[in-house]
Design a binder for this molecule. Structure first.
Ligand code: DX5
Ligand code: ZN
Length: 232
């Protein structure tokens, strides 16, 4: 079990989503966030990779090859892979081989039995298990499955694109899930989060904050400040 999920050195964790990075210089963008923001006192913790298949969500983004290249460039980085895909099972092995640390799939695409199978397959491949839920999906869809995961992910936008507005009622879901998690299980929110939303998000019990546009819309020199503001 990865201690960076179960017992991190500090909380909350900040996981920049590289979906809003400049894809033409992705390596430099990630180097900067993990190294230089730390040096400047901001300190991003994880890299969040948003994988979309053009089917579960309308967009196409990135896959195992990018993950493999980031792993080669950043051997110690924690790679948090969020699968917004209809058939996550077929990507477990490719992402494990590509060096992913955490593999998050959506409750909307699994039955309870499939979720249990998938969770053990992910663990057998050496990764931690994340379970995500979309804004319109009732919280009851995830509650009975929480024992399977190391991290629950509450989507605070309808997935597909970065830069959308935060959906405030998803905080109710975060509060409900927090009550049902053990202390060593993480709770992530993703979508529409910037410094203005972060205090509410943290107060609701979220301890891993994802942000794409709020970080990458700024020049590199200002990103450490945004990461620090998200952390609070
Ligand atoms: C939803 C993705 C998010 C999203 C975050 O489509 O899973 O990670 O890109 O982007 P922002 O932070 O800009 O809402
Ligand atoms: Zn995401």
């Amino acid at each position: 079990m990865d201690s960076r999920v179960r017992s991190p050195k500090h909380l909350p964790l900040i996981a920049p989503s590289i979906l809003s990075a400049d894809f033409a210089c992705m390596g430099e963008e990630c180097d900067h966030l993990l190294a230089e923001t730390k040096f400047q006192g901001g300190g991003a913790d994880w890299l969040h990779l948003d994988v979309m298949d053009g089917h579960f969500v309308p967009n196409l983004t990135m896959g195992p090859d990018l993950c493999r290249c980031l792993r080669a460039r950043l051997p110690r980085a924690f790679l948090d892979v969020h699968l917004m895909v209809t058939d996550p099972a077929k990507f477990v092995e490719p992402f494990a081989k590509s060096g992913a640390n955490l593999f998050t799939f959506h409750v909307e695409v699994v039955t309870p039995a499939l979720a249990a199978d998938l969770a053990s397959k992910i663990r057998d491949h050496g990764m931690s298990v994340g379970l995500a839920i979309n804004p319109p999906t009732p919280v009851d869809a995830i509650l009975p499955l929480l024992h399977l995961c190391d991290m629950a992910l509450v989507m605070s936008v309808n997935p597909g694109y970065s830069g959308q507005a935060f959906i405030a009622h998803t905080l109710d879901k975060t509060r409900a899930i927090r009550q049902r998690l053990r202390e060593d299980q993480r709770l992530q929110m993703d979508g529409g989060i910037g410094p203005q939303q972060a205090a509410d998000v943290r107060a609701a019990g979220c301890d891993v904050l994802v942000a794409a546009s709020a970080i990458f819309k700024h020049p590199r020199s200002e990103r450490a400040g945004v990461v620090a503001a998200l952390r609070g």
